[in-house]
Design a protein around this ligand. Structure first.
Ligand SMILES: [Zn+2]
Ligand SMILES: [Zn+2]
Length: 259
């Protein structure tokens, strides 16, 4: 059994939980320790099951709570060397463990597959967590679906997938031009449409659930994002994440995967 939950998701803070009966990991810690613990408590997840935190890149919406949280839980934080070196010094955790994209890190029975992606950070990575044939992807902050993203995504039974912006809202919205261009570039973020295309073209038949993640506050709306995925609602469960509250927990059972 694998349980997943988006504790926070959006351009102001990201933190994703993946765990089994014994162990768990967090991907990113972009909200405060207090908020992460409060949200875990709200959905009855045990923070002391968390064995490690994996950081996707140094942007503060993924990083800001990691030093204090890792110290509180006394657990290691995995990231690449360029991510560490480009992070804001006061935020850096003391229990830093280095990985190189492509490494597979064992955490109890879970295997964390690390891989490079395209985004405007020093060494941006995403993760696929595998356990007993179950695969969970955490894939946000992606300029475009590169071969790595497509390959790992196509194995996922559950995925937190970036659905950052609606194209009409971005181009007619309040952002200055340089920011609009940055968001839409190959090193920016995935639009609702790009995320839908990735799903339509590369999902496996065993994909059970997609959590639309990292929605922009200015350039997207939950109802518009959901609408963009309505053609997939028969194939898998499409759910929203939230910047202010944890998502519901989803459980993936081994029997379902084996069918
Ligand atoms: Zn981000
Ligand atoms: Zn980012």
């Amino acid at each position: 059994m694998v349980e997943i939950c988006a504790l926070a998701s959006g351009s102001n803070g990201n933190c994703y939980y993946i765990g089994n009966q014994k162990d768990a990991i967090l991907v990113d810690a972009g909200i405060s320790r207090r908020q992460i613990l409060e949200r875990m408590n709200r959905v009855r997840l045990d923070p002391f099951k968390v064995r490690a935190i994996f950081i996707s890149h140094e942007h503060r919406d993924h990083f800001r709570g990691v030093r204090v949280l890792s110290k509180h839980l006394n657990i290691p934080v995995y990231m690449t060397a360029p991510t560490y070196e480009n992070s804001w010094t006061p935020d850096r955790p003391s229990q830093y463990r280095r990985f190189v994209p492509g490494d597979i890190v064992d955490v109890g029975e879970m295997k964390v597959h690390t891989f490079s992606k395209q985004h405007d950070a020093a060494d941006p990575c995403s993760f696929r967590i595998e356990q007993g044939g179950i695969n969970v992807g955490v894939m946000t902050d992606i300029g475009k679906p590169c071969d790595n993203v497509i390959r790992h995504f196509s194995e996922c039974h559950a995925v937190f997938l970036e659905s950052n912006y609606d194209e009409d809202m971005l181009w007619s919205g309040p952002y200055p031009w340089h920011l609009k261009n940055r968001v839409a570039s190959e090193h920016g973020h995935l639009s609702n449409h790009q995320a839908f295309e990735l799903l339509e073209n590369h999902r496996t038949d065993s994909l059970e659930v997609v959590y639309l993640s990292h929605l922009s506050a200015e350039n997207n709306r939950p109802d518009i994002a959901l609408e963009a995925f309505k053609d997939l609602s028969a194939a898998c469960s499409v759910r929203l994440t939230n910047r202010y509250a944890p998502s519901e927990i989803y459980q993936i059972k081994n029997e379902m995967v084996a069918r």
